[in-house]
Design a binder for this molecule. Sequence first.
Ligand code: FES
Ligand SMILES: [Fe+2]
Length: 380
Amino acid sequence: MQSRMHPKYYLSQDIFDREQVKIFRKVWLFAGLASLLPENNSFITRKIAGIPVVIQNFKGEIKAFENVCLHRSAPLQQGFYGRRALVCPYHAWSYDATGMVKSIPDCDTIYRFSNEEKQSLKLREFALKQLGSLLFINLSSEPMPFEEQFNPGFVALMKNAANAFDTEVMVTTWHGKFNWKLVYENLRDFNHVKFLHAKSLAAVADFPFHAANQVDLALTPLSDTSVAGLRKAMRPFSFGGPEGEVDPIRHVPWLDMVERWGTQDAYFNWLAYPNLHIACGNGGYSFTIEHHIPVAPDRTDIEIYFVTAKKKKPYAASSQVLLSNLHYSKKILDEDIGMLEQIQSVLHDDAPIPNQGAYESTNRQIERWYTTLMEIEHEI
Ligand code: FES
Ligand SMILES: [Fe+2]
């Protein structure tokens, strides 16, 4: 038995700020769904790692910029999503697809910027990667290659599933009173399902005990703490595929209205560290996409998107299907959220340190990496 995470990692503002800089502003993060950006000038806005971001469709090309006007810092786009040219609502500076200032009304008469000054006005652009309709962003000025963070096999499978998502989306945000790390720890812990979700999820799905692997690895200090070593160590944190067995899928009429993804009657999970979880509990007919957003040491927003597999053709009840998926997910998620809020509520600086068992080896590996990164001088 080996002790792990000190409670300070779930409580301290200083550590939260360090995480934002050392993890969230360095690694690839899920940022939203391209299906919310179907047309020229469709946009979504997000605050990611404290940075306001606008992701916008420019004649089919999707770009991500800091959502702050270069004149006097007004947000360029407002609202969760919308459709509008990239023009500041304050004094109408407009921007092109490269983030350059395109026009400034009355520039020569009242601002008197030289051409050189005008040409230097360019929004901060962020690297963007699209997998099917999943959008990932990297806030670093020198982003690590996407493939360095995620295994190619994992990326291919997730992309394959994401290509099957329908474009009709229902989205909601739940505000959790707990630290973001409790969420991923919970998601990488299949053992809680039969207890915490005894009457809900466990009644329809079974998560067989996986033999824990790499236990010893999780207990020894990281051997390579160079930037390259720390990046490489991240790859096993993200994985996905069929994880559980589900009861034979009960036939309901809407299943005939969509192109099922795959043929396996399984519970699928994809976990992309640090902030994305995709679940499909019915063998490829519908998906929930959870986006975890740390907002404070004891606050995490969970944005959840509900989609079915692609519709064969539009049908009248499709939004009802998404709504009933939402209600079902909420029931299970409330059980998780309730527990995580309880855990957070009893944490204090001198609380007992967790004692994890062999089955929790992935969480141990992440924690070994995380505590190393938090305590060393350099970043990744
Ligand atoms: S603040 Fe954007 S145009 Fe003035
Ligand atoms: Fe759960």
